[in-house]
Write a protein that binds this ligand. Structure first.
Ligand code: NAD
Length: 414
């Protein structure tokens, strides 16, 4: 399959640099590294969308990075910046994430290059139904299982499931992140943010700091940001600033997240201090959680970040160059493949429940999520001490070793 060309800030190349670094520690053969840095399948589709009395053609994607450890798993993003290299990077990250947390999935990702905030409900439904129809031959509960990501949600997944059923028959495990009333799992919606908050608290404790009273700043007030904020509050931390695409709000005494949630966007919230969507990242705090877009911490602002700990709620929020600058400045960074893995862990629980046609109570879901994430956190720290490396390198060593072993055990002759 095609490999991405090398140029600055190519997100797929950035992931592959980390895979190659892990490969050096693991002494992997060059050919095996080539396998792990390529995508198994890439499908690009056109999606004609009715616009008043004309048609606009959108581009949609599904990239399947690896099936070495199980059916491919990964979200669908609706965002105007979606392109093939971003989808490849996100698909590859899913392979490493599912491996790190040790669930029986591979990695995939999908997307449509469209501004989700400008779509009507009907347009969104049309797009996801068309996306599903065009890709049904590569999807399925034992082939490739989509889930929500930026710009898509439980409702979008319900439409996807419905379209899939029309074509292939009843198979609720064909997609995760569905509404609880429609084969979704209680706990899945909050799972990513809950995991982010717990990882933040565990990181503070691991470094001899108390979570109680620790100040937290979050970029993003969508699925991940919202539940991360609520989770941090629940664990005694103080969220002093948060932003969405319309801008941010600040209160050094601690924001009331539940009341902020009642507004459609943060622009409507009544607060005394405001900050820009990007500037929020530069507020002094104990814990910074970027939970919106990729590449938001880069060479242009890395030296203005004033925090001790960064928990990557979003995928790839820090570029490789910024990562080096921050680590040299002593900032502890918990990488995306560990920090935001609660989402795919929750998806795994939903998938297994759908297959067994049995549902767990939310307490069991939360207990399992917390204990499995603690395990991955502990393993990553152990490997970071063993190899004397940062947490990102350690997480990739654990993840890459498992996928490489599975690939070799399956037999590499075709
Ligand atoms: P979402 O669409 O629910 O929310 C995105 C948030 O980011 C919104 O508050 C939006 O206003 C804000 N935002 C958009 N553009 C922005 C900008 N330019 N500046 C500041 N804020 C901006 O998306 P989500 O599901 O919360 O995903 C956020 C990130 O987390 C993505 O990188 C996604 O890949 C990653 N992630 C999501 C999940 C999940 O389960 N949803 C799991 C793992 C990782």
């Amino acid at each position: 399959m095609t490999k991405a060309s090398t140029h600055a800030h190519n997100p797929f190349e950035e992931v592959n640099e980390k895979v190659k670094k892990a490969g050096e520690f693991l002494n992997l053969k060059p050919g095996l590294l080539d396998v792990l840095t390529s995508c198994e399948r890439e499908v690009v589709i056109s999606i004609p969308l009715r616009r008043q009395d004309d048609v606009e053609v959108l581009t949609g994607y599904r990239v399947q990075h690896s099936s070495a450890r199980g059916p491919r798993k990964g979200g669908i993003r609706f965002h105007q910046d979606v392109d093939l290299n971003e989808v490849r990077a996100l698909a590859s990250l899913m392979t490493w994430k599912t491996s790190l947390i040790d669930v029986p999935f591979g990695g995939a990702k999908g997307g449509v290059a469209v501004d989700a905030t400008k779509l009507s409900v009907i347009e969104k439904e049309e797009i996801i139904r068309r996306w599903t129809r065009s890709l049904v031959h590569v999807l399925g509960h034992h082939r490739d299982i989509p889930a929500p990501d930026m710009g898509t949600d439980a409702k979008t997944m319900a439409w996807l499931m419905d379209e899939f059923h029309r074509l292939e028959g009843f198979q609720p495990a064909c997609v995760t992140g569905k509404p609880v009333e429609l084969f979704g799992a209680p706990g899945r919606e909050e799972a990513t943010g809950r995991g982010v908050a717990r990882i933040a608290a565990a990181t503070l404790t691991e470094n001899g700091k108390k979570p109680k009273g620790a100040t937290v700043v979050i970029q993003g007030f969508g699925n991940v940001g919202k539940f991360a904020a609520l989770g941090c509050e629940e664990l005694g931390m103080k969220v002093i600033a948060i932003s969405d695409v319309t801008g941010g709000v600040v209160d050094k005494k601690g924001l009331d997240i539940k009341s902020l949630q009642t507004h459609p966007t943060l622009a409507n919230a009544e607060v005394s201090e405001r900050v820009g969507s990007s500037e929020v990242l530069e507020i002094e705090c104990d814990v910074l959680i970027p939970a919106a877009l990729g590449g938001v911490i880069n060479e242009s602002n890395a030296d203005r970040i004033k925090t001790d700990f960064i928990i990557e709620g979003a995928n790839q929020p820090i570029t490789s160059a910024a990562d080096r600058i921050l680590r040299e400045a002593g900032v502890v960074i918990v990488p995306d493949i560990l920090a935001n893995s609660g989402g795919v862990m929750g998806s795994y629980f939903e998938w297994t429940q759908n297959i067994q046609e049995f549902s767990w109570p939310i307490d069991k879901f939360r207990r399992e999520l917390d204990s499995r994430m603690e395990k991955a956190f502990g393993q990553t720290h152990k490997v970071s001490k063993k190899y004397k490396v940062d947490l990102r390198t350690a997480a990739f060593i654990v993840a890459v070793e498992r996928v490489a072993n599975s690939f070799e055990l399956r037999g590499s002759l075709v």
